[in-house]
Design a binder for this molecule. Sequence first.
Ligand SMILES: C[S@@+](CC[C@H](N)C(=O)[O-])C[C@H]1O[C@@H](n2cnc3c(N)ncnc32)[C@H](O)[C@@H]1O
Length: 183
Amino acid sequence: MVKLAVPILLATGSLASFAQGGDKANRLAPYVPTPQEIIERMLEVAQVKPLDTVVDIGSGDGRVLVTAVQKFRAKAVGIEIDPKLANQANETLARLGLQNKARVVRADAFSADIREADVVTLYLTTSFNEQLRPKFEKSLKPGTRVVSHDYGIRGWNPVEVEEVFAHGRRHKIFLYVIESKKN
Ligand SMILES: C[S@@+](CC[C@H](N)C(=O)[O-])C[C@H]1O[C@@H](n2cnc3c(N)ncnc32)[C@H](O)[C@@H]1O
């Protein structure tokens, strides 16, 4: 088994208490890391395969990307609005020698190009997910799996919802699959 060389940060709570109006323009969710075992389960639920491209929207410290490459042999792209987090994650990827397989783009989720995704991972908020839904419907190809930690996507029906107990609380994992466009 490949060992992850990135320290595991423990999530101490959910995003529920986040008050909007952070210091970064259009920062619609705070940085709260997903526990490592939940990341691994999200990628399993999404059935990430070697050479899939995983896009983590709001990629924080980059551990979703590291896990996608090291454990699932995928390629990975992070979209992160916070320049400090984006730089730190790119430094981590370089330190681990993963810079050819994963990168973080410093960008707002609403303007980022996510068309190459086979899998999209989210740990945002219900409202942020809802605002992103039209972009997903426009940009993502049929068959793309969208997997979200704790917060569903209003207006979409999940194909699977899993509950996992970790670090003193229940976490939810929602799986959606983009359908073919109906003409
Ligand atoms: C809850 S953290 C999730 C981090 C990581 N994906 C994980 O699951 O461990 C949400 C992240 O979204 C980023 N974020 C907030 N608003 C954003 C936006 N408009 N565009 C891109 N990233 C954003 C935050 O800076 C933060 O790092």
